[in-house]
Write a protein that binds this ligand. Structure first.
Ligand SMILES: [Zn+2]
Length: 281
């Protein structure tokens, strides 16, 4: 299994013979609006360009996986890029109607798809009313028969449900958004640094932190995060890739066995509809 970080939550996941482009936000710098609302530090997004390596890496993508339809996970440029190549898109059943309407060739990702064990894990993007307004978000657990298992939390904050799911699934690798993210008012939208420490201590998985230093409302820096993980004695299991960096993970001698795959019940269709009105794609 290979993971190549491109920018923010966008990366390429190589599993078996497939290369999934995950959450493609492909706009050039400043082409998207500011996400921070109540702050002088607000600036147009993304705040950095895609890395040089993206050009070559994108040429060999075979599939696309979209965790939710916020603009920093699928933007207009990403939509166009997918359509121009007519690539198959995978998403949760709650996102497929919207993406289909946008003209993408999308299929709901379910257990057994592409010979993988798949579990969809609903997550909370922020807390309270803000979480509701941001709509339901889905994390994906993927266990390919010849690869390490991986869990993409997608945009989330730490909840008891998420921790219990990890206790059960025991993924070999976890990809989690680490930029904290705040609109300038109200609760954080993503894991805080303290929550990332709690999350990392709870599991034995290798941790990959992304969603960093690319969007104006994500204040946590790679350096700060690296330092904190070292202080906590967790650095050996934590990877904080630069944009363009590629990592390889070899199959474990004892891959985790899944006995109890959860049944995913999509909820919050109205929330999804509402989010779609503002997604700008
Ligand atoms: Zn995001």
């Amino acid at each position: 299994m290979k993971i190549q970080q491109l920018r923010n939550a966008t990366f390429i996941l190589t599993l078996g013979s497939r290369r999934f482009l995950v959450d493609p936000m492909l706009s050039g710098p400043g082409k998207l609006p500011a996400f921070k609302v109540f702050s002088r530090e607000r600036q147009r997004n993304p705040i950095v360009a895609l890395p040089e390596e993206a050009k070559e890496a994108l040429k060999t993508v075979t599939d696309v996986l979209i965790t939710h339809e916020h603009m920093d996970h699928i933007d207009r440029a990403g939509m166009k890029w997918i359509k121009d190549r007519d690539l198959p898109v995978w998403a949760s059943p709650i996102d497929t109607p919207y993406l289909k309407k946008k003209g993408l060739k999308v299929t709901a990702l379910e257990n057994g798809a592409m010979d993988m064990k798949v579990e969809l894990v609903p997550t909370k993007h922020s807390r309270g009313l803000l979480s509701w307004l941001l709509g339901p978000v889905t994390g994906f657990y993927l266990a390919h028969p010849r690869e390490p298992s991986i869990y993409l939390t997608s945009d989330a904050v730490l909840t008891e449900h998420l921790l219990k799911t990890l206790d059960r699934l025991k993924p070999d690798v976890i990809v989690a958004p680490a930029g904290s993210a705040n609109f300038g008012l109200g609760p954080d939208l993503l894991f805080s640094v303290n929550e990332l420490v709690t999350l990392t201590k709870r599991v034995n998985s290798k941790m990959i932190f992304n969603h960093l230093e690319a969007i104006d409302h994500c204040p946590t820096t790679r350096d700060e995060l690296k330092q904190r993980m070292s202080e906590e004695g967790l650095a050996a299991r934590v990877f904080i890739p630069k944009d363009g960096e590629e990592m390889e993970f070899l199959p474990d001698a004892n891959p985790s066995v899944i006995k109890n795959l959860g049944i995913y019940q999509p909820t919050g269709r109205f929330q999804k509809w509402l989010t779609g009105q503002f997604a700008g794609t």
